[in-house]
Design a protein around this ligand. Structure first.
Ligand SMILES: [Zn+2]
Length: 354
């Protein structure tokens, strides 16, 4: 059993307690065996594990691994819909995903959720990490988003058939949605991802998706019946609220939620992942990354809405999950995980943009 003694650093135990300088941490195998004043932990290690490996943590903070609930490992820091949906094989994506998982892990992230992507890349990588074949964080894996023509997964014009390489699968009736949940769970996903409403690149109003409350209930019902969880892309108020009421386990974005909807979230304790890094980075660097002016403008508006609405939600007690949307070119793997999940309200009060 490998034993490691980390000393000289500041221990942050993430229980809410103040950081502890002058403390040490001892790891026996895969367990944290001791945290305490340096001399005491070292004496224990000297006595019980004379062959331990000493790690000099001077100048560093020793803390638990981070969790990022929003890393699309199959995307590959993409810059266009075509690159995402067409031009990369499953095989290349999987190898690239393994490379990128290592970056995420080395950035201090020991657990991620991949809420949707192409092929079976995410579940395959999850299994490879679990089998010890590759280095990476623990993964909760989805497969392709369930989308109607009217959600973000309705990527192409209706005269182009949806390619099997797309990040989404089109389901335009409730029967198709429920069948797709069954298929994906049979295929090994941990979580179902739904495209609840739109995005702006295709001139669709962000606030509208075409899923009905009954559709959402049918998806959540079958997902939970099969012992899995579901989440949804919902920037607008309607999709966020209806998904919350249908029992979705957590909601992604929820940027435009109103006070009534916040009450519904509080009542159900439904968490929100705002993806602050994505929004702020596109506002700041979108033009350099080739984002259209309309997209940058839209993200600016959305970031302002998030400051107002999600600060209110946070203060009202809605749990906020840190998740970067890594895998987009504006949020490259390994770079932003530790910078997401700040309290946007407090940042704003301090004059800092998210
Ligand atoms: Zn995403």
């Amino acid at each position: 059993m490998a034993v490691y003694l980390y000393s000289g650093g500041t221990i942050l135990d993430a229980t809410g307690a103040a950081p502890k300088p002058g403390h040490a941490l001892l790891v026996e195998g895969n367990r944290i065996a001791r945290i305490g004043p340096e001399a005491a932990v070292k004496a224990y290690a000297d006595h019980n594990h004379p062959g331990y490996v000493a790690i000099d943590a001077r100048g560093a903070t020793v803390m638990p691994g981070l969790i990022d609930v929003h890393v699309h490992i199959s995307y590959g820091d993409i810059t266009s819909a075509e690159e995402l949906n067409i031009y990369t094989s499953a095989e290349y994506r999987t190898l690239r995903g393994a490379h990128n998982l290592k970056k995420v892990l080395r950035a201090g992230v020991t657990a991620i959720c991949d809420p949707g992507g192409t092929w079976r890349v995410s579940t395959a990588l999850r299994d490879a990490v679990n089998a010890g074949l590759i280095e990476g964080p623990r993964m909760v894996a989805a497969s392709q988003y369930l989308s109607t023509y009217n959600g973000i997964g309705g990527v192409f014009p209706v005269w182009v058939e949806q390619p099997p390489s797309a990040f989404s699968v089109l389901c335009n009736s409730q029967d198709e949605m429920v069948a797709e949940v069954r298929r994906q769970v049979r295929d090994g996903v941990d979580i179902i991802k739904v495209a609840g409403d739109g995005d702006i690149h295709r001139n669709t109003d962000v606030s509208y998706g075409s899923l009905t409350p009954e559709d959402l209930q049918a998806i959540a019902g079958m997902t939970h019946r099969l012992g899995k969880r579901c989440t949804i892309h919902a920037r607008g108020n309607r999709a966020a609220r209806e998904a919350c009421e249908a029992g979705f386990d957590w909601i992604i974005h929820a940027s435009y939620i109103t006070d009534d909807t916040i009450d519904a979230f509080v009542e159900r304790r439904t968490p929100i992942n705002p993806t602050l890094s994505l929004l702020a980075n596109i506002v700041e660097w979108g033009p350099d990354l080739g984002a259209a002016a309309v997209v940058v403008e839209h993200m600016k508006r959305e970031l302002d809405a998030v400051h107002t609405n999600l600060s209110k939600a946070y203060r009202a007690g809605v749990p906020i999950m840190a998740g970067t949307d890594s895998g987009q070119s504006s949020v490259p793997y390994g770079e932003w995980h530790a910078r997401d999940g700040r309290d946007p309200g407090r940042d704003q009060e301090r004059g800092v943009r998210a």
